[in-house]
Design a binder for this molecule. Structure first.
Ligand code: FAD
Length: 435
């Protein structure tokens, strides 16, 4: 575009939230030519969680266009043709490097100028690198891999092929580390996971929950090294890392390294222009920011979480989808009253034959664990409730049926009253686990 291109509605970012927003715009009657999506990625919006799951499987791996949005929530699959048919312009391979929110313009790396009536910021997150913690050798090496987009996932696949049956060190014990570690093992690599915390997924799991997954991972032949961090990645003359040095003095051999140590909201373009907190963009209950006609959805939004009466940021796919739909509903309301976002956090993971879900908030003064946590069981099924001031705040379930997961979600929504912890445990054993 030599002349600035104008869109009545423009979405910056082409991830999960952007895709669900596009579908909602169409549902709400956007006209051809009114909506544009600008994205650094080379593909149209897809269900990002697939990248650390099906995408890395040794057989029947998921590939685009299979997992474009909105298949992850059981919806219609929006392939590139869908956008064309709806008159939605996709400006791919285009990184925005400057955003001027007051003058309503964006500028891309390659000089494209985009103007907008309303802007939806959906830039998601970018990975935190080991070099951000001052680890040496991270930036130079070719075989230190991260996972955020399809290009990253393809690099992991390439390394898996090149280093067949080789050794891989996975840094990080969160859900990316756990999912990638499992996928690498399924691909016959020798996997060692290294994490700082005393146990896996320590931001969510209690020690008892983590114990199950640790024993399960070990039974699958994955080595776990906890409570230590990587201090140096030592490369050979070809520029490939061969050795991972740990704080506890151990040295691990590696053919390649995959790092999953967290992500940060991608909001640096807006710094100083808009109200922000801890890297997130402040919004109201309809995802309006402090600037007129500018909205923020998905990972970047710092929004009022009504149920807890608190501002929060959520980095999960379910929220990316729902915040996108809510924001567009508000934008297209034309005077109609739209109810504010009311949401209970939900996230999940799937590894090997396991599958867990969590609803609510993992806070409180007590936890109640129930069920069969034997990793050798044919079908382990167990759960945990978090209780605060006599109410259930959060619920976790491994191996639950749809119905059981719904029941847990319901409890977290309504914050069920708990009179007696023993009784709660006994009831959970009876109703959830043994039906
Ligand atoms: P994203 O989906 O990250 O999209 C952001 C988009 O903005 C990208 O296309 C990016 O390229 C683009 N962008 C950013 N900056 C610019 C710029 N300057 N110019 C142009 N384009 C730009 N959540 C779960 O709940 N369950 C899971 O199992 C799960 N698994 C995951 C697995 C992986 C590997 C990853 C990376 C995440 C996973 N998540 C999971 C988290 C979930 O995917 C995110 O919360 C969700 O994608 C957020 O949606 P979003 O649209 O806000 O951001």
């Amino acid at each position: 575009y030599y002349l600035p291109k104008f869109f009545k509605y423009l979405i910056l970012g082409g991830g999960v939230a952007a895709g669900y927003a596009a579908r909602e715009f169409v549902k709400q009657g956007v006209k051809p030519g009114e909506l544009g999506i600008v994205s650094e990625e080379s593909v149209t919006p897809y269900e990002r969680p697939a990248l650390s799951k099906g995408y890395l499987f040794p057989t029947n791996a998921a590939r685009l266009p299979e997992f474009h949005v909105c298949v992850g929530s059981g919806g219609e699959r929006l392939d590139p043709k869908w956008y064309e048919e709806k008159g939605i312009e996709l400006i791919l391979n285009t990184k925005i490097v400057e955003a001027s929110l007051h003058s309503k313009t964006l500028r891309s790396e390659n000089g494209i100028i985009l103007r907008f009536g309303a802007l939806i910021i959906a830039t998601g997150s970018r990975v935190i690198k080991l070099s951000d913690f001052g680890v040496e050798g991270d930036d130079q090496a070719k075989n230190i891999l991260y996972l955020r987009d399809v290009k990253d996932a393809d690099k992991i696949i390439e390394e898996m092929r090149d280093k067949k049956n080789g050794k891989v060190v996975v840094v990080g014990g969160g859900y990316i580390g756990l999912e990638v570690g499992a996928a690498l093992k399924l691909n016959n690599l020798s996997v060692t996971m290294v994490y700082n915390d005393p146990w896996l997924m320590s931001r969510l799991f209690t020690k008892e929950i983590a114990e199950f997954y640790e024993r399960y991972y070990m039974s699958r032949g994955i080595n776990l090294i906890n409570e230590t961090s990587v201090i140096e990645l030592e490369a050979d003359s070809s520029g490939e890392v061969k050795k991972v040095k740990l704080k506890n003095g151990r040295e691990l051999e590696a053919d390649f390294v995959v790092v999953g140590v967290g992500a940060r909201p991608s909001t640096s373009l807006f710094q100083g222009q808009i109200e922000m907190s801890r890297g997130g963009i402040k919004t109201d209950g309809l995802f309006k920011t402090s600037i007129d006609d500018v909205y923020a959805i998905g990972d970047v939004a710092w929004f009022p979480m009504k149920i807890y009466n608190e501002m929060r940021r959520v980095e999960h796919v379910d929220h990316a989808r729902k915040s996108a739909m809510k924001a567009v509903e508000g934008i297209m309301a034309k005077g109609k009253v739209v109810e504010e976002y009311d949401y209970v956090p939900y996230f999940y993971s799937r590894v090997f034959d396991l599958s867990w879900r969590f609803y609510g908030d993992n806070v409180g003064d007590a936890t109640v664990v129930f069920g069969n946590r034997n990793p050798g069981a044919k079908k382990p099924k167990f759960g945990c409730y978090w209780i605060k001031d006599g109410r259930i705040m959060g619920g976790f379930l491994e191996g639950g049926s749809d119905e059981e997961n719904k029941a847990i979600q319901n409890m977290a929504w309504h914050q069920h009253k708990v009179e007696d912890l023993q009784e709660l445990k006994a009831k959970a054993e009876r109703t959830v686990v043994h039906n």
